[in-house]
Design a protein. Structure first.
Length: 142
């Protein structure tokens, strides 16, 4: 909008004052980006969705007194492990090989990851690097 004086103003070309349906390229670009962002943000992420386990096995690791409890766990492929922060101090969970990483977890927050592939997964709390754990995934484990 262009203001000529206190009593006179005129819409600028290419602004919201255009006729309905005549969107400028900038507005269309912004709308496309918005739709893309919403689509990506609403796509479930395996590492954040505890419901991905389906009928598979589940296991829980607690975070308490700046330790993972248990610090080592053995599970079968397809098992969903859920970490629960049981203390007021914030923590997170990060695989050393960057296979999974949680957000910062406040008291009672949870993070889940489904282990599909056999192997050993060393992880730690990035806030407290001496807080370490391991998930061993092998067929036939219970």
């Amino acid at each position: 909008m262009t203001v000529h004086d206190a009593m006179h103003f005129a819409p600028n070309p290419g602004t919201a004052f255009e006729a309905p349906g005549s969107k400028s390229p900038g507005v269309l670009h912004a709308l496309r980006l918005t739709v893309l962002f919403i689509a990506l943000a609403s796509t479930p992420c395996l590492a954040e969705d505890a419901n991905n386990a389906g009928a598979g096995a589940v296991a829980t690791v607690g975070m308490d007194h700046t330790t993972f409890n248990p610090s080592e766990i053995t599970v079968a492929p397809g098992t969903t492990v859920t970490w629960v922060n049981n203390e007021a101090m914030p923590h997170n969970v990060a695989d050393l090989n960057k296979g999974f990483r949680s957000k910062i977890l406040a008291k009672d927050d949870k993070f889940s990851f489904t282990f599909a592939t056999a192997g050993e997964y060393d992880y730690l709390c990035l806030i407290h690097p001496n807080m370490k754990g391991k998930v061993i995934v092998k067929p036939g484990a219970s």
